[in-house]
Structure formats: C-alpha cells, structure tokens
Ligand binder design. Structure first.
Ligand SMILES: [Zn+2]
Length: 394
C-alpha cells in the first residue's frame, strides 16, 4: 500500500504514512479555531508531536494538556478539562495510546457539562451526556493496542479506589482518525509487544463470544491474520533499532501499518463484547497496577485453555488462520504461548513481579468485572481461582 487512503468504518479514518500532516485541514473542516491537544507526558517530549503542535499553533490559538501518565484517573481528566475550558477550546486533538485517547474523551464530557467525570460513569445514577454539546475529537493514535480511537467509550479509574469506571456515549467516537504508522515507529519493543497483544486479545475474545455479529467475526479473523503476520516483525525492528542495528525501514513501516489496522479492527470487533481474559486483566490493573496490555498478554493463553472445551470448533477456525493445515483448536493456544515467549513477555504472573498473596484480592475484582459475562464458558469465582493459580504456577 502506498499513499494515504480513506475508509469510513466505524468512523472516518485517514490511513497511511504522513496522515498526521492533515491535522490543520481537519481542524479547518470542523470550522474550529481554538483546538486543544491532549496527550501524555511521554509523547509531549517527542519531536513529531512538538512539530505537530508548532504546525497547528502557526494557524490556530492552541492549548496543550499533557499531564497524563499510567492508568488514567479522574483527577487527570479534571485537570485537563480545566485547561480546555480556560482556553475555550472548540475541538480536542487526542494524541497517544489508549490512556490519552480515553482521557481526551472524558475531558470532552467535563469540558461541555457541569460536574465531575465520575458523575457520568456508567451506572444507575449516571448523569446524561448531551452529545450535541461535545466538542469534536480528532484522534492520532501513537500505539497499536486499545483502538480507543475508533471506540465510543473511555475507561477512567477512581483516584482512591482504582476501580475502573466506563464513560460511554456515541458522541465520544472521534470524528476523524489520522492513523499514521510513522508515529508508532519509535515505540519501544516491550510496549509494541504488550499493546499488540492487547489488540490480539480483543480480536480473539470478540470472536469467541456467543453474540450474533458475523461482521465482527469477519473483522476479528482478518485482524488476527494481520497480527500473526506483523507483530513479531514490529517488535524485532524495535529491538534492533534500540540496539543501533540497521533495519529494513519499509518492512518496519509495513508491520506498523498492519498493527495499527489490527488494533482498530480489534476495537471495532469488540462491539461483540470481550471475555474472561479482560476480566483477569482488569483485576490485575486494579490490584497491582499492571499495564493492561501486558496483563492480557500474560493471561490470554491460560484463559484460552479454560475456554477451549466450550467452543472447540471456533478454536479450530482460529488455528487455521495461523496454519491452514491445523487439525486441533489447541494448536492456536500453543501458537499464542510461542508468540508470547518470542516477544519476551513473561509466561506467568510471578515473573511479572506479582506476589502470590494477591490471589485472594484478584478474584472478587475479576468476578465483579462485566467482561466475563460474555465469555463462551461461564466463569465462577472458583474458575477465576483456578485460572489465576495456573498463571501463578501454583
Ligand atoms: Zn484490552
């Protein structure tokens, strides 16, 4: 593929190397004049980001909020909204991985509504969101993982309890995504691996749920093919780049492009919901502050061994994406384990540095998580104990 192409699913996506340079044009297209960038502390220091801010500032009154780090919490949202309100921003430019894009969406809510972000969290007492008031969001993803740039929700944790809250509204879907694989070229190997595995987990779990959604099933299978083709290349190139070795730049860019597509496909497919792996991962983030993608990467093979007996035919279809001659769905799980090892991701929770005495804390959080309700095999508290115990090597 060469040049920049457009596809409109589920939102308008301008995809290709250099797509970020269309940002000013996108802002003009909305008739906006006071854009505000929202990004994380790490991105704020990168050359391609500061160049983008310079280009936008040359034409528009521009604000930048970059106090986002770690798993995003409500206070970061409130600090960001104070900046966008102070600037009277009329458009939000969300730049970064899942955390920064989620915080951007949440800022858009508080920017245009009275109250704190937790007032709008999903639940019986949630305050309504008036989509007509929301500023348009333009997203530039810098990782290939959550695919939040094509999603309608934001996950924000409570500052004190670390409980993850969901803010959802159709109006939170970014109006344009500038999907530019060049901005992911500098992502370190360990983050490329962890975020890539998050995308893979979305694709696999969405495919396995019982919900009827053949469109998502098709997207999920093609996304898995792209991950199988390109995740290792992307990680290898990142490793060699860090070691100062020469790499094939064209192959690197092509692998990054595949992963960027795959991550948006994962987030599109999980309209069909997710499953037990995500409940395990959400509990690890809540209890041990584990990186979401890394938690999924460690847990996915254990969770899939649990699921195999419930949907063996679906696992066989997955195995045949990897090897058309596959005879048994278990081969897909063996492939997952091999991929995890080749990407230097720990094969268990102990090597991830999580103490075994956390087991009892993890189980109730995982049980309370919504995701496993869509898992193809029902998951009890005892099942969570068994899955985590295996992951701890107990
Ligand atoms: Zn995820």
């Amino acid at each position: 593929m060469s040049g920049i192409v457009t596809y409109n699913f589920p939102t308008r996506i301008r995809f290709g190397a250099g797509a970020r340079h269309e940002l000013c044009e996108a802002i003009r297209g909305f008739g906006a004049s006071r854009p505000a960038f929202v990004t994380d502390r790490g991105i704020a220091k990168l050359g391609w980001f500061t160049a983008l801010v310079d280009a936008v500032s040359a034409e528009f009154e521009t604000a930048v909020f970059s106090e986002i780090w770690g798993n995003p919490v409500g206070s970061q949202v409130m600090a960001g909204a104070a900046v966008t309100r102070g600037h009277a921003a009329d458009l939000i430019i969300a730049v970064g991985g899942g955390a920064a894009v989620d915080v951007s969406k949440a800022i858009a809510v508080v920017h245009s509504h009275d109250g704190t972000i937790m007032d709008f969290a999903w639940g019986p007492d949630m305050a309504p969101i008036d989509a007509a008031k929301l500023p348009p969001i333009v997203a530039i993803p810098s990782t290939a993982g959550t695919g939040s740039e094509v999603g309608r929700s934001a996950v924000i944790s409570d500052d004190e309890t670390h409980a993850k809250k969901i803010i959802f509204d159709a109006g939170l879907l970014p109006r344009i995504v500038l999907a530019d694989p060049e901005v992911t070229l500098g992502l370190p190997a360990h983050l490329t691996a962890a975020t890539g595995f998050d995308a893979l987990t979305h694709l696999v779990e969405a495919f396995l749920t019982h919900e009827h959604h053949p469109m998502c099933d098709g997207i999920a299978q093609e996304g898995i093919r792209l991950v199988a083709r390109s995740l290792e290349t992307a990680v290898d190139c990142a490793k060699k780049q860090a070691a100062g070795e020469t790499i094939d730049d064209a192959a690197h860019l092509a692998a990054r492009a595949d992963m960027l597509d795959a991550s948006m496909m994962g987030a599109t497919a999980f309209q069909k919901e997710l499953g037990v792996t995500h409940s395990c991962a959400h509990a690890l983030s809540t209890v041990a502050d584990t990186h979401h993608g890394l938690a999924n990467a460690v847990m996915l093979p254990f969770a899939m061994r649990f699921n195999l007996e419930a949907v063996p035919e679906k696992f066989l279809r997955l195995a045949r994406i990897i090897d058309p001659a596959a005879k048994d769905g278990a081969e897909f799980i063996t492939w997952l384990e091999g991929l995890r090892a080749r990407l230097d991701i720990p094969a268990g929770l102990t090597s991830l540095g999580i103490a075994k005495d956390k087991l009892d804390d993890l189980i109730p959080v995982a049980v309370a998580d919504m995701c496993h309700q869509f898992n193809p095999r029902p998951v009890s508290a005892d099942d969570f104990r068994a899955i985590y115990s295996e992951a701890f090597g107990l």
